[in-house]
Design a binder for this molecule. Structure first.
Ligand code: NAP
Length: 299
């Protein structure tokens, strides 16, 4: 059985759905059921459920608010992973911990590999880097998966924001000078469930990996793809205007280049992420057609 912390997040909910489709036993615990920063709550959840594998999908992910909510962020992204890794080590259970492209500063010209030096430029990235360190220190039976630009049908994400704005605005102004790899939660959840048996099979494949959707893009191109995919269903075709990061100041700085190289993951586990374009089209159509069914007068 797989035990998931952060069961109510975008990835957590997708893991629940994907495990049901594959008949893989999985229990997801939401924040109210287990605060990962509470060592006792984490240990007792692991002892109660007796999992063969733990997945930490819990995190504080509001990148701009993370600049000021320093202690809440530290509890979720550093103290929490440390508590989970500690409890996993005590129980002899392997851990998959999810991390982020934002541990890098974005100054590299090409895609980042796992061994590149980390140098986060915002507090979210610093807290996630500290979480990675804690996991490595506390348990050798870990796989850390760095992913990026996560979107899907559940929770809050960029794709859903673009759909909401496309429904009411005639122009969307979107940053075109940050590069990265959109990753669907269904692709990521599928990857986690696919590698689980390999981890439990005793292969010496512990360590840090990058896993993202195939292809690299900008937020502007990502938004344009979303708008184009929803237009035939909603009848809405707002203009998508490219702007610079300087024209859209945010409390937290973002890396200009977030591209992650996934060849190590592919070599070890034998597969790679699906193209972001296909996943974006599929998920946009699913969400847009559900919205049109709910509110047919909008189309
Ligand atoms: N979203 C992205 O674009 C992105 C990019 C790169 C990497 N990642 C990583 O991918 C993983 C999954 O992210 P996601 O997008 O699924 O995040 P999400 O939708 O924000 O979900 C995170 C979940 O963690 C829960 N949580 C927060 N603090 C907690 C605590 N102290 N104890 C227990 N649960 C807590 C939240 O519950 P409440 O809301 O109730 O607090 C929420 O349900 C995270 O590790 C994230 O850092 C995400």
């Amino acid at each position: 059985m797989i035990l998931v912390f952060g069961g109510n997040g975008q990835l957590g909910q997708e893991l629940t759905r994907a495990s049901a489709a594959r008949a893989t036993p999985l229990v997801g615990l939401c924040h109210a059921e287990a605060d990962i920063a509470d060592h006792g709550a984490v240990s007792s959840a692991i002892n109660r459920h007796g999992p063969s594998l733990v997945v930490n999908a819990a995190a504080y992910t509001k990148v701009d608010l993370a600049e000021t909510e320093i202690e809440v962020v530290r509890q979720a992204n550093e103290v929490g992973p440390a508590a989970i890794a500690d409890a996993c080590a005590a129980a002899g259970v392997p851990l998959i911990h999810i991390s982020t492209d934002y541990v890098f500063d974005g100054s590299k010209r090409g895609p980042y590999v796992e061994g590149d030096p980390i140098a986060p430029i915002n507090n979210y990235g610093r807290s996630k880097a500290a979480g990675e360190r804690a996991v490595r220190e506390k348990t050798s039976l870990h796989v850390i998966i760095r992913t990026s630009w996560v979107y899907g049908e559940f929770g809050q994400n960029f794709l859903k924001t673009m759909l909401r704005l496309a429904a009411t605005r005639d122009e969307l102004r979107v940053v075109a000078d940050q590069r990265g790899c959109p990753t669907s939660t269904s692709d990521l959840a599928g990857a986690i469930l696919r590698i689980a048996p390999q981890l439990l099979g005793g292969g010496k494949i512990w360590g840090t990996y990058h896993f993202v959707g195939a292809g690299v893009t900008t937020w502007h191109e990502f938004a344009s793809r979303i708008v184009a995919a929803q237009a035939p269903l909603t009848g809405r075709a707002p203009r998508v205007t490219a702007i610079t990061t300087a024209e859209f100041p945010t409390p937290a700085r973002r890396p200009m280049n977030s591209e992650l190289d996934c060849s190590l993951f592919e070599r070890v586990f034998g597969f790679r992420g699906r193209p972001w374009t296909e996943e974006t089209d599929r998920i946009t159509r699913a969400l847009a057609s559900a919205a049109v069914k709910r509110e047919p007068h909008v189309a």
